[in-house]
Design a protein around this ligand. Structure first.
Ligand code: ZN
Ligand code: ZN
Length: 418
């Protein structure tokens, strides 16, 4: 990943330059240079006891940096997406490192066979089938109890041993990555905390948080037409497209029965890269990068979102779709996989619509939900989890009022009913 420059306002830049002159140094000024210069100016030479004024100076400098950087971010959705991606990478790396250094449980047989039975994981949800078989005995061994199992190779009564790698290094690296994530969260917070997507909705949705709100903010700031959410859906590949079953390469945004180019039946598919290849379409006008962000966002609710209204809706949707696929004679495992795939796309569409709705209501440009959805009577208005806290905020009240006035929906009552 390329190193990103930190953008600062003219005022901050001037202050930096003054500071740079204060210490003899060649090359670019870095953040730590500035901190060092500040410390030296205040007579700090190391050790303990940083003067209060220095701490205050540091705080104001961090604020200046944060705000300058954040306003630069808001003007560039791509930079914002870069920052979120770095955070995603760090999170993935942190989990991977942690998993690599977890304890392992082996069967040690008198014949010399040593078989890995179980790898300790953050959640038993991720256990393999072969590991489940040894879950009980492994847990006993991890608690330090003496247990034995038949050797998986020869069947002989075998002792169970635990191998615990040194956690010193992993803990250090994990702590470092966690600090990095916190710095990024603080930066993202500077960007989203004044955005209506966050103030009027996101901060009251369990599971949306700073990073997931920022994904929606980036999308909202990136699309030019903020009034027609269908265009945003298309842009992130969430709206289905029509393609030719004869694979002649035609595709269209509107639903079609036949291909206007060759007359073969048309089919509705998701505008993925896979489907572009499959149906000979050169390219769908989709940002796959943003589509990935929407996937991460929606999947979060499907996997961990049990405690939120969106999570509940997602789970109900998966069950409903699985049932429907089963009725068509599809086996349980495949039906569930197909349902999960359809559900993340459905939920991402709902979340994008809600983000655009609240932002547009606060900005006074909302034209209402897409007509076809309203016509089907299945429209879900924006949801919040922390209802009491939400109702103390003027932007939220603005949203509540809009739905009451224009659609006759009491969304507060709706929130209490889920
Ligand atoms: Zn053996
Ligand atoms: Zn065709």
């Amino acid at each position: 990943m390329s190193k990103k420059a930190i953008y600062v306002s003219g005022e901050v830049w001037e202050a930096l330059n003054r500071l740079r002159q204060a210490i003899p140094k060649r090359g670019r000024v870095t953040y730590s240079d500035v901190i060092m210069a500040l410390l030296q100016q205040h007579g700090y030479v190391g050790g303990s006891g940083v003067a209060q004024s220095v701490e205050e100076a540091l705080k104001s400098l961090r604020r200046a940096f944060g705000v300058a950087y954040a306003s630069e971010l808001a003007s560039s959705a791509d930079t914002l997406l870069d920052v979120i991606s770095v955070r995603d990478d760090m999170q993935k790396l942190r989990t991977a490192i942690w998993n690599r250094f977890t304890r392992r449980v082996y069967a040690q047989c008198p014949q010399g066979h040593k078989t890995l039975l179980y790898v300790e994981r953050a959640s038993s949800f991720r256990l393999r089938k072969s590991e489940r078989k040894y879950e009980e005995v492994a847990k006993a061994a991890l608690e330090g109890r003496q247990v034995s199992v038949p050797c998986p190779v020869c069947g002989a009564e075998s002792g169970v041993v635990v191998k615990a790698p040194s956690r010193l290094m992993s803990e250090g690296i994990v702590a470092m990555l966690k600090t990095g994530e916190e710095i990024i969260n603080a930066t993202l917070m500077e960007t989203v905390r004044s955005h209506p997507i966050y103030t009027a909705w996101g901060q009251f949705v369990r599971g949306l948080g700073v990073a997931n709100s920022a994904r929606l903010v980036a999308l909202y700031e990136k699309v030019e037409d903020k009034v027609h959410v269908a265009k945003a859906w298309m842009y992130v590949g969430l709206a289905p497209v029509s393609v030719c079953s004869n694979k002649c390469g035609w595709w269209g945004k509107e639903p079609a029965r036949v291909c206007p180019r060759c007359g073969a039946p048309a089919v509705q598919v998701a505008p993925t890269r896979l489907n572009a290849t499959k149906y000979n379409v050169e390219k769908f006008p989709v940002s796959y990068r943003l589509m990935r962000h929407m996937y991460i966002l929606a999947r979060y609710f499907i996997v961990y979102g049990g405690g939120s209204k969106y999570g509940k809706l997602a789970r109900a949707k998966i069950d409903e779709l699985t049932k429907r696929f089963r009725e068509r004679g599809i086996d349980q495992k495949l039906a569930r996989a197909k349902a999960a795939n359809a559900t993340w796309r459905w939920l991402a569409r709902v979340l994008v619509e809600h983000a655009f709705a609240v932002a547009n209501i606060v900005r006074g440009i909302y034209q209402g939900p897409p007509k076809p959805i309203l016509a089907h009577g299945a429209y879900i208005p924006p949801l919040v989890d922390d209802v009491e806290e939400a109702l103390k905020q003027p932007p939220v009240l603005q949203v509540v009022e809009w739905y009451r006035k224009h659609l006759g929906i009491d969304i507060v009552q709706y929130w209490h009913s889920i």
